[in-house]
Design a protein around this ligand. Structure first.
Ligand SMILES: Cc1cc2nc3c(=O)[nH]c(=O)nc-3n(C[C@H](O)[C@H](O)[C@H](O)COP(=O)(O)OP(=O)(O)OC[C@H]3O[C@@H](n4cnc5c(N)ncnc54)[C@H](O)[C@@H]3O)c2cc1C
Length: 398
């Protein structure tokens, strides 16, 4: 590993896209990507909904909006070049009650401001697109799509290796420290030097930053997203992607229906606090992670403000009937007996000390390090554009 120009921690889609972009832009650089698991994309990047987001939700001008739009175009171009399958199947965002209409129109305006191809449709048109969805009006986003992000990660890894760079798995980065001319990266395999260090450790990014002497502006709180799959007899209830009008405070809440590239239909998520950063099952508990979360002032303030919403999510986590009822708002024919449990995902949600959930992507840099400290959805869609921005920041110092 010695002799790297840049060491990247984290073999999720953001770390891989960053390493890939460096090898493309600077073919003479040697990058080493270090992943603690034995395989790549074992966490958020390999356990997500597989939606190519259009960028309709994000505040115009924000990093999320800009990188989502650019990232989507780069991702699709990469998939075309690499013959990675994806489908531009379209999505509907459905208002089921009159009181949701102002928010639906605000979202449409936002989509237009972000340059997203979208239109308001009436109930008849909704019936044509999604015959089982109940709604009085909706936004149709024909350019939204689906993909298997694991395939993208695998292909990025292949191209990184072909460019002469290295991917090391089963090795954990413990910390990095900077000297005037280099960064020393301590790992479970020993210390290594590089000119620059990039932290793309997802759910662990804040801890790694702190161990490297950087104070993150927010801490990661892990939320488990719990899903069901529709049984084969019920799969026809959703053709593509059926979403509710999002709550401004919790854009990632609100159960929805997502067809996957494998032909399944996923319903969810239900978001509950995970008792371990990588605790995919309800019974997974890490006392260390849990203690870090519950003693964090930002988390305590979040709970004080939104405990009602949190309890609702916990109730649905324990009660399948309640989960089914939430789904029936969008598709009334969904019955509890059509739902079978699906693997959960864990979302790295950055929470600021004042208890607000950090909405935009965040990275913090020092002369020899760059730490990606908030890369929630749509970071998989946006990954190649996030990588461009990261490399642009690093390039100022090369
Ligand atoms: C349930 C769910 C659904 C989602 N749906 C979508 C979607 O449909 N579309 C979309 O665009 N986005 C979606 N997202 C968001 C998207 O998946 C993530 O934003 C993205 O995958 C983040 O990538 P990452 O590389 O930052 O993190 P990760 O994929 O979590 O990768 C971080 C990596 O760092 C490694 N690591 C951690 N600590 C260390 C260390 N000390 N040393 C070495 N390695 C380390 C981890 O093992 C991991 O492999 C979803 C997320 C979730 C959780």
């Amino acid at each position: 590993m010695n002799g790297s120009d840049i060491i990247v921690a984290g073999g999720g889609i953001v770390g891989l896209a960053t390493a890939y972009h460096i090898t493309q832009r600077y073919p003479h650089f040697r990058v080493t990507l270090i992943e603690k698991e034995h395989h790549l994309a074992q966490h958020q990047s390999g356990r997500n909904s597989g939606v190519i987001h259009s960028g309709i939700y994000y505040k115009p001008g924000s990093l999320k909006a800009l990188t989502c739009r650019r990232g989507k175009a780069l991702l699709q171009a990469f998939c075309e070049r690499e013959a990675i399958p994806y489908e531009t199947c379209g999505k509907v965002i459905v208002a089921t009650e009159e009181r949701e209409l102002p928010a639906l129109y605000r979202l449409y305006e936002r989509g237009m401001a972000n340059g997203v191809q979208c239109e308001i449709i009436n109930a008849d048109r909704l019936q044509q697109l999604e015959p089982h969805a109940a709604g009085i009006r909706a936004i149709h986003v024909p350019e939204a799509g689906i993909i298997d992000f694991r395939l993208v990660c695998e292909r990025l890894a292949k191209r990184i290796r072909e460019a002469g760079s290295e991917i090391v798995t089963g090795v954990k980065v413990i910390a990095a420290r900077e000297q005037s001319a280099a960064a020393t990266v301590s790992t479970t395999m020993g210390d290594f030097n590089a000119s620059y260090f990039v932290n793309c450790a997802g759910l662990h990014s804040d801890e790694l930053a702190m161990r490297s002497g950087v104070r993150p502006p927010a801490r990661i709180v892990p939320f488990r997203g719990e899903y069901y799959l529709l049984t084969d007899e019920a799969k026809a209830l959703c053709r593509n992607l059926i979403y509710p009008v999002p709550d401004d405070h919790f854009p990632f809440l609100g159960v929805h229906f997502t067809r996957t590239m494998a032909g399944a239909v996923e319903c969810g998520p239900n978001a509950v606090l995970a008792f371990a950063r990588e605790g995919y099952r309800k019974a997974d508990v890490s006392l260390r992670d849990l203690w870090a979360t519950v003693t964090y002032k930002g988390f305590q303030r979040l709970v004080r403000r939104y405990w009602r919403t949190g309890l609702g999510e916990m109730w649905r986590s324990l009660n399948k009937k309640a989960f089914a009822r939430a789904l029936q708002r969008l598709v009334p024919e969904v019955h509890e007996r059509y739902l079978r449990p699906a693997p959960a995902g864990i979302r790295a949600q950055a929470v600021a000390p004042d208890g607000t959930m950090v909405d935009d992507f965040v990275w913090v840099d020092t002369p020899r390090m760059l730490h990606v400290l908030n890369a929630p959805s749509p970071a998989a869609t946006a990954s190649l554009a996030i990588a461009e921005q990261i490399v642009e920041r690093l390039a100022e110092r090369f």
